[in-house]
Design a protein around this ligand. Structure first.
Ligand code: KIV
Length: 305
């Protein structure tokens, strides 16, 4: 039984391929076919629908929502409950993409039982199909345990934002031989643990290419060059909704900030100048009620004279 509803209108020329439900299995097939995998973050129902309907194969409810949606300074503050609120909304908007949820800082670092309980919540309450965990070699045992509980896991290595204080800022990782060796060990450990995919963030293109060639697991890059099996970006980055200078790997595909500001300024100006609402944008009384009301008002006025 397929419990994930597969929507869309069948038989539209050229549309069948993008309407296929993405699973952890089809991700691997894409790697083997050298068919680039696309992934974007989404944090709400409307965005999730648009991203899903555009044919993106993976949707990540990233803990980047701490900054993009909740205005926190970094990802460290966001909680499991806050994440779940967004995962549930996104779940309602996604039909075909594989839905990944980030395990936030503190939800898997303290205790393995706790981590398993939290991962289960993302699946059971949130409807996530995969949970994402930052860290390589040192997380391999925990990841095996979560996979044993029938929960697919995405790895995430390189520039891992939850380690911002340990890294001393958001710095590109794997720039020297020791760093490269550690990244290779991390990738191989995740591959052996059986993760569904490995996010490679903020690492030199050459290192990402080596990892991608070495592991059977699909690699999804962000600031990791074009040789990865797929690419992920933060939705708010590609539509200019982050109020800052984006990192060098971000390509902007639209200007939502300008679009929203222009719409809001237009509404304000129309209300102030009495241009909104117009008569066409107003409800009217039925003819008979209007006639009756006019009669009442005429009588009232006559009595007042
Ligand atoms: O939280 C997030 O958006 C992420 C992506 C940057 C991969 O982890």
């Amino acid at each position: 039984m397929n419990v994930t509803p597969i929507g869309g209108r069948p038989g539209i020329p050229g549309q069948d391929e993008i309407r296929q439900k993405t699973t952890t299995t089809t991700l691997r097939e894409r790697k083997l076919r050298h068919d680039p995998i696309t992934c974007l973050t989404a944090y709400d129902y409307a965005t999730a629908r648009l991203v899903d309907e555009a044919g993106i194969e993976m949707i990540l409810v990233g803990d980047s929502l701490a900054q993009t949606m909740l205005g926190y300074e970094n990802t460290l503050s966001v909680t499991v409950d806050e994440m779940l609120h967004h995962v549930k909304a996104v779940r309602r908007g996604v039909k075909r993409a594989l839905l990944l949820a980030d395990m936030p800082y503190g939800s898997y670092q303290i205790d393995a039982d706790d981590a398993l309980r939290n991962a289960t919540r993302f699946v059971k309450e949130g409807g996530a199909e995969v949970v994402k965990i930052e860290g390589g070699e040192k997380r391999a045992d925990l990841i095996r345990r979560i996979i044993d509980a029938e929960i697919p896991v995405a790895g995430h290595i390189g520039l891992t934002p939850q380690s911002v204080n340990v890294m001393g800022g958001y710095k590109v990782q794997g720039k020297n031989l020791n760093g490269i060796e550690q990244l290779m060990r991390d990738a191989v450990a995740l591959d052996r643990a059986g993760v569904a995919c490995i996010v490679l963030e903020g690492i030199p293109r050459e290192v990402a290419a080596m990892i991608t060639a070495e592991v059977g697991t699909p690699t999804i890059g962000i600031g990791a060059g074009p040789e990865c099996d797929g690419q992920v970006l933060v939705f708010h980055d590609i539509i200019n909704l982050t109020f800052g200078v984006p990192p060098k790997f971000v390509r902007r595909y639209g200007d939502a900030a300008e679009l929203i500001s222009e719409a809001v300024r237009g509404f304000r100006a129309d209300v102030k100048s009495l241009q909104y609402p117009s008569d066409e944008e107003s409800y009217h009384l039925p003819k008979e009620t209007k006639a009756g009301l006019d009669t009442v008002l005429i009588r009232k006025r006559a009595m007042q004279r």
